[in-house]
Design a protein around this ligand. Structure first.
Ligand code: UDP
Ligand code: MG
Length: 335
């Protein structure tokens, strides 16, 4: 059996030729200072520059560098997922390759991990060198997500985080396609804590998140963790229904008692329209509830996650693992 490194550092890489050497140097300096073993898992997400070449060179010189080379660009979250699949450390750190996430912070994360936390996420105190547009959209995004999702996703937190191998194992068992990893980690639970840092400007190159990718990312976050968009219709239905109900007596009074003649027969049509739309929206909402349930089943997330067991024999745990259905419910970590 090959020995497992104590730490894995996962870095997704898309056209980062100007950052790779420095990323490696800084990670090496930081990780060597721990005096423990480590590996760097780099995922080349279909780069079109010299990133792959540089990574291969590093891997030749240092066997601790593992390279996973994608056949094309699959996107940031999928690249990170592949990295987590391939990471074998007892603690795994996800880090951006552009050095916006300072590798030096990993030491602080490790300290928290050793103090008993299974997830240590990095909270951005301040973001340097980013456009006001990115800052504003990011701020709004994190606040929206915070409000409408069912899990508590910490604000101003990216994917830069350390996770215990137990958490990684659960995350790896969640194979949904539209992945919002920071939300999924929050959803999993265990003991989580944050450390704060100042997010530097990108070392080299430009952002790989154009508006289109940002919008998709936000959609994945919202649809992956909230049914709010499916439920919003019920409010509209209610308002339209209320308008119709109010309109009927008002029109009757205007017409019959006060003798107003304006608008003619159109009024009846408008009221009917309100009633019918209200019913339609209401039933769309009902359908949405069923769609949400189908979605839950299709995602196949585990029903619960066990952090630890007491006085439960290995035999029982093994039995749970055996039946594939329950294994899904409890992909419980080895301790
Ligand atoms: N990235 C990736 N695939 C993509 C887009 C980005 O692997 O399709 C990587 C990128 O190389 C970087 C990280 O994801 O290491 C974060 O991307 P970026 O710095 O461009 O995002 P930003 O910091 O601007 O939000
Ligand atoms: Mg960046």
């Amino acid at each position: 059996m090959e020995d497992r490194p104590r730490y894995s550092i996962v870095a997704p890489i898309y056209n980062e030729e100007g950052n790779i050497q420095l990323l490696y140097d800084r990670i090496r300096a930081v990780m060597d200072s721990t005096g423990e073993s480590w590996e760097l898992v780099a995922i080349n997400d279909g780069s079109r520059d010299r990133s792959l070449e540089l990574l291969e060179q590093l891997a030749r010189d240092d066997k601790r560098v593992k390279v996973i080379n994608f056949a094309r660009n699959f996107g940031h979250q999928i690249a990170v997922t592949a990295g987590l699949d391939h990471a074998s450390g007892e603690a795994v750190v996800i880090i951006d390759a552009d050095l916006q996430d300072p590798p030096e912070l990993i030491l602080e994360m490790i300290e928290r991990w050793k103090a008993g936390y299974q997830v240590v996420y990095a909270v951005r105190q301040e973001r340097k060198g980013e456009s006001w547009f990115k800052l504003l959209t990011a701020k709004l995004f994190y606040r929206l997500i915070y409000r409408i999702t069912d899990v508590n996703i910490p604000m101003d937190t990216g994917d830069f985080r350390l996770m215990d191998k137990k958490v990684v194992a659960v995350l790896n068992s969640m194979r949904e396609h539209n992945r919002f990893i920071r939300g999924m980690t929050s959803w999993i639970g265990f003991k989580q804590t944050g450390v704060s840092y100042v997010r530097e400007a990108r070392h080299s190159g430009e952002t790989k998140y154009p508006l289109k990718k940002m919008v998709r990312f936000a959609m994945d976050a919202v649809t992956g963790f909230s049914y709010f968009p499916l439920q919003i219709m019920v409010y509209v239905a209610f308002v339209l229904g209320l308008l119709a109900v109010l309109a009927i007596p008002i029109i009757a009074i205007l017409r019959l008692i006060l003798g107003y003649e304006f608008l003619g027969g159109q009024v009846t049509t408008i009221v009917l329209l309100l009633i019918v739309s209200s019913f339609q929206l209401f039933f769309l909402f009902v359908m949405g509830q069923y769609v949400a349930r189908i979605y839950d089943e299709a995602r196949g997330r585990p029903l619960y996650i066990v952090a630890s067991r007491l006085n439960v024999s290995d035999e029982v745990v093994g039995r749970i693992r055996l039946s594939s259905r329950e294994a899904r419910a409890a992909p419980a970590p080895e301790t």
